[in-house]
Ligand binder design. Structure first.
Ligand code: HEM
Length: 396
């Protein structure tokens, strides 16, 4: 008889290479139960997809990270933790400011930011691709997007970094992270007040001006809602992009032929980013709370169960992707769930794709080849985000 399967998002060893266990979950326990940590987990693509399409049954209101979920809704203003119909209204409002036009207008500055960080490494022996580049790019881009004054950008970048500070045993729930979150919140609130008085052509101004008409008349965002949204952009759009680019650095070093193809033909980069997202999902686990009893694959999940949707496993599901463990930038596929799906589908997906594509293009232009010093490289571990904290490129 085969060994009993055990999986937990807190297991640091499994986190390094989860794919064999996730395959066993998909094959042998598609509704996996972990009694010790009191959760169920869905690992097949079709099940993750179906659950994501039922946001009221699989609620986000209790939190979407296992360690912050309690028996009551969180009651925060972050739309990632809000169910429809309130979520629908908030998302419609912020989408007035977070527009495709505003995102595509960032392309030139993203290229410039890449050049500022990558050019100094030309001619050197190597550098830390994550710390010196991938982890800095997203917070700089968000500052630009929000319209943070250039003089404040370095301070804001450092504060954003501190919000991701981890303490052993406490994870991201610690004093350094809290203090940084409060400072960012104050800064953003002041910025919003300022934009109400003196509008500019930036996203903060569009946010305070955004309005929709509902049955009670015209509805605008409160300052608190604007600040909650901008805070969410910072937390959702920083670490994830850093991990995506880190995975690009690592996976392409292991596939030098495909890397050479990408260096020679930038039109392949868009497909390569999708394949990277499928193959190594930067945010591989999304938690939900069941609001009613559900039976799936013969397993009863009672209402008020915590259910983890393993999007990272869904990306490797052979039922959806033939030869799923093979990395192939030419793979043809219609979709993946690495940006979530349905109601909470990643609002920043187009920005993430843009940063990924340009970040990788600018890297390959300067460094068509690199090796990775695996001994020196460090993986980060949280229960929701997976990737490299440090990735040492060896050049020449
Ligand atoms: C590679 C980079 C990224 C990945 C892998 C990623 C992944 C995700 C996932 C899986 C969700 C759904 C969470 C859930 O269903 O509970 C999500 C939601 C979200 N993401 Fe991203 N994300 C990335 C980049 C970004 C960026 C750059 C931004 C904005 C600057 C952003 C903003 C958001 C927001 C606001 C939501 C919540 C949407 C809602 O609740 O309606 N993300 N993201």
């Amino acid at each position: 008889m085969s060994e009993e399967i055990s999986w937990s998002p807190y297991d640091k060893v499994l986190h390094l290479a989860p794919y064999d266990v996730w395959r066993r979950l998909r094959d042998e326990a598609p509704v996996y139960r972990n009694d010790d940590l009191d959760f169920f987990a869905l690992s097949r693509h079709a099940d993750v997809e179906a659950a994501s399409r039922e946001p009221l049954l699989y609620s986000s209101a209790y939190g979407t990270v296992l360690e912050i979920m309690g028996s009551e809704p969180l009651g925060t203003g972050h739309m990632i933790f809000i169910d429809p119909p309130k979520h629908t209204e908030l998302r419609a409002l912020v989408s007035r400011a977070f527009t495709p036009r505003r995102i595509s207008a960032l392309e030139t500055s993203i290229r410039q930011l890449c050049a500022e960080m990558l050019d100094p490494q030309i001619g050197g022996d190597g550098f830390d691709y994550v710390q010196d580049f991938a982890a800095q790019l997203p917070s700089k881009v968000i500052s630009e997007l929000l319209g943070v004054d250039p003089a404040d950008r370095e301070d804001i970048r450092k504060l954003i970094d501190q919000t991701f500070h981890q303490e052993e045993g406490q994870g991201m729930v610690n004093d350094i992270s809290f203090a940084a979150q409060i400072k960012i919140h104050e800064y953003l609130t002041n910025m919003l007040d300022e934009r109400r008085k003196n509008p500019r052509d930036d996203m903060m101004t569009s946010l305070v001006q955004a309005e929709i008409v509902n049955e009670n008349g015209t509805r605008r965002l409160t300052n608190q809602e604007c600040a909650d949204f901008t805070n969410l952009l910072v937390s959702a759009g920083t670490e994830t992009v850093a991990r995506l680019l880190g995975w690009a650095g690592s996976v392409l070093a292991e596939h030098p032929d495909q890397r050479a193809e990408l260096a020679a033909d930038s039109s392949l980069l868009g497909g390569a980013i999708e394949e990277l997202l499928r193959y190594e999902s930067p945010s591989p686990v999304q938690a939900r709370m069941l609001t009613e009893d559900v039976e799936l694959h013969g397993v009863q999940m009672p209402a008020k169960s915590r259910v983890l949707l393993i999007t990272g496993s869904a990306g490797r599901d052979e039922r959806k992707y033939p030869d799923a463990d093979k990395f192939d930038i030419h793979r043809k596929f219609d979709s993946h769930v690495s940006f979530g799906l349905g109601t909470h589908y990643c609002l920043g997906a187009s920005l993430a794709r843009l940063e990924g594509r340009i970040g990788l293009e600018e890297t390959l232009k300067r460094f068509p080849e690199w090796n990775v010093d695996r001994e020196k490289s460090v993986r980060s571990h949280t229960s929701t985000v997976r990737g490299y904290e440090q990735l040492h490129f060896v050049l020449g």
